[in-house]
Design a binder for this molecule. Sequence first.
Ligand SMILES: [Zn+2]
Length: 480
Amino acid sequence: MEYEIVIWLEIHAKLNAVNKLFCQCINSQDFDHAEPNMHICPFCTAQPWALPVLSKEPVEKAILLWKALQCTIQEYSLFERKSYFYPDLPTWYQITQVAQPVCIDWSLAFFVDNDFSETKSVRIRDIHLENDTGKSIRDGKKVLLDFNRAGTPLVEIVTQPDFRSSQEVVAFLKELQRIIKLNNIGDAQLENGQMRADVNISIRPRGTKEFGTRVEMKNMNSYSAIERAIAHEVARQQDILAAWWTVDQETRRRNDAQKDSFCMRSKEEAMDYRYMPEPDLPPLHLPASYVDQVVEHHWWVSTSFERIVRYKNDYQFNKEYINGLIADSDLMLFFEQTVAAWKSYNEAAKWLVSSVARWLNAQQVWFSYCKLTVEDYCAFLDCIETGKISWPQAKLVIDEIIQTWRWPDAVIESLWFVAVTETDIKQRLDQLFQEKPDLLSDIQAWNMKPMWFIIGHVMKQSNGSANPAMIQEVIQRYKK
Ligand SMILES: [Zn+2]
């Protein structure tokens, strides 16, 4: 029997606000390298009588995300307590939004394939604010608790069961990650736990409408791990159904190293979260005027889907260019800023997806590591346009700028480029035409076929220092 895969996601994304959600403790995107239990207070360690006070910045970061995702923000939403016991959750409840979340019922469009030809839209059930738990670390027989992460702000995004393949799931998560990074809302790296996805998987005979029993997969920290986990779980459920057994509703933990998953909780053990309104917090009131005010101070909010459509349709970029730009959100953001300051988007993209991306790959670093500024990059593009440096020289210059973090002018000076004058070019052309008179007669007869051969020859002779546009101009003068 042929089965159809049905998947929905619950995604937690960490906001990069300065403070935690309900206290003034420092929030970091990377607590893994911080001294344990240094960023804590009576509230986030649940001392008696400590009360939550909603911080402004995490709410504003969440507003930016909601606006970027183009969903309608509910004017009033409520906070609730979700009670459960984890050693690293000192309050024994998490403050979340269930009955009345901030955003409900909208959809997000994205490209499924790397050719940017297939689009898909997934419905989102709700999106809300909540605080994170602390962290427990196993140390032999002991369990150590670090509360630095307790209370850090998260948005949870819950989708409808609209995914039909792991490719769609990964493409959606990548789009979401780009939106979060591009709008400076968070880092959203799965590998670092800044974005976490729980994947709910079921299968049903193709053509039927009723959903199969879902299994929730947890503990996946990369896109490839998610793909492997989905493939494994689908095969497991198919085997169960083929043997005429039934799939149990359960939560499973993936162990990627063992290429297997293990039951964490069955339906019988499902937790009763005993939701109740949070008595210490008033309803969250977000009037439209306040939302507009927050968005106004941000230079732009948008999805990367819109940008990809613009790159494809308006800029006519090929898939290599688009993939090069979207592979690193900081690089994409840099490109956007360059385009705002520089006239040719084609030229602006070219060096970023070739020389800069190649260097980043070789160094195994993200663009955020690179200290190239928009100002320097525009100055570099200017040097090419005004003919100060030739294309082969430009390659050397951009490599040197990225490696040494120096100004383009300083780099050009240090590379000692010998300026090749028109007289030099003419001398070289005269010599070439003497050796190969056929070429000269072609040019004289306005046959421009050998043009590129001649340009290449002079470039080679001048060790790449001559300006191709200048050579072309001098060649034109031989026409009769
Ligand atoms: Zn605190």
